[in-house]
Design a protein around this ligand. Sequence first.
Ligand SMILES: [Zn+2]
Length: 418
Amino acid sequence: MGLPSSINLRAPRDHRRLVLDLIHESPDGTTRAEIARSLELSRSAVSGLVDDLLQTGLVREQERRQSRAGRKPIGLEINASAGQIIGVDIGATHIRGILADIAGRPLAELNTSFDIKVGPVKTLAEVRRLVDRLMRDGESSLAHVRSVGLGVPGPVISERGVVLAAPIMPGWHEYPIRRSLEDAWQRPVVVHNDANLGALGEWTYGAGRRCPNLVFVKVGTGIGMGMILGGRLHEGQVGAAGEIGHLTLVENGPLCSCGNRGCLEALAGGGAIALQARELVRQGQRTHLSTLASLDRLSARDVAEAATQGDHLAQQLFAQAGEYIGIALAGVINMLNPGVVIIGGGVAQSGDLLLEPVRAQIRKRSLQAGVLTSQVTSASLGLRSSALGAVAAALSLSFDHFIAHTASGQPAPVAERG
Ligand SMILES: [Zn+2]
């Protein structure tokens, strides 16, 4: 259930939904004539669809503006006062929440540090506290919230709102994430994998706007990948697609959180970078990192900082991580030929330090057709790709609900509750 319906996996292509998506994609408003042109529908057909949407209160007519050429046609826009939505991104070590109006404009945002290893009960309590604070900051209440989108760093069965055997989420297997939050909030919740939401966020608001073939790689503590292929979010049979972090790159390499050896994540994830740095410091290698107060708490961010300050060892660690990611992505590009490859997540905030070796390996190893057509770039939404993707997923759910309630409409299919 991504946004818009062109990447909605299950709902039929309801014309009202397509019209709604076009209006949402035009922050300055659009007109019936423009919609008719875009969707190749007759003006009268579009008028009927727009009338349905106006009745829901989600769409409204803009005030008519006078132009020198005469009266302009009446513009249409999302009625931002029709409700609010919440997007939450749970990472391995952070939770980010965004409260937005139903036009998708953020009203309040919070980020908090925590550890996902504390398990589902404590984590979801933390999520509820964060949402309470968001409500206070946004001077709002849950009564105004239409739906909530949630991202988690593991394979998700969206229909059931549970994760399956996520290596970095001990204790979460089959925990009823969605049901627990829906019970607490009495609001519909949609759960997706965080990298899939990152792809959706960058596709909706960021570096891959409307690109029908997009790959988003989230390099944080672990490494995940979200894919939009042929204009659809590709989640695989049980939401486990895109687990690029567990691609074996070195047969007998370092042990990975999944139990295998030599996975990309165990070689190039933020956790791996920190581990390698600690090991090298212990071996007595010359590096500024040895001056840090606590070696046990040394993080990939410390390594990135040292690298930007010219620390040779830290730079080498990033170059090596970038090379491994580039090797994996060269294969992805050969296989999928995406129009854009977006690198996001905490570790990617180091910019060219990571991106340059990634690009070099892609140039070296991908077939030329892929190199020429796949643009490799960093996430333009920074650390917010997944949280804004959660906003987009929540909007999509709300839009479906509005459509289901249009006067002349058939009820839109609602995902089965598990
Ligand atoms: Zn692995």
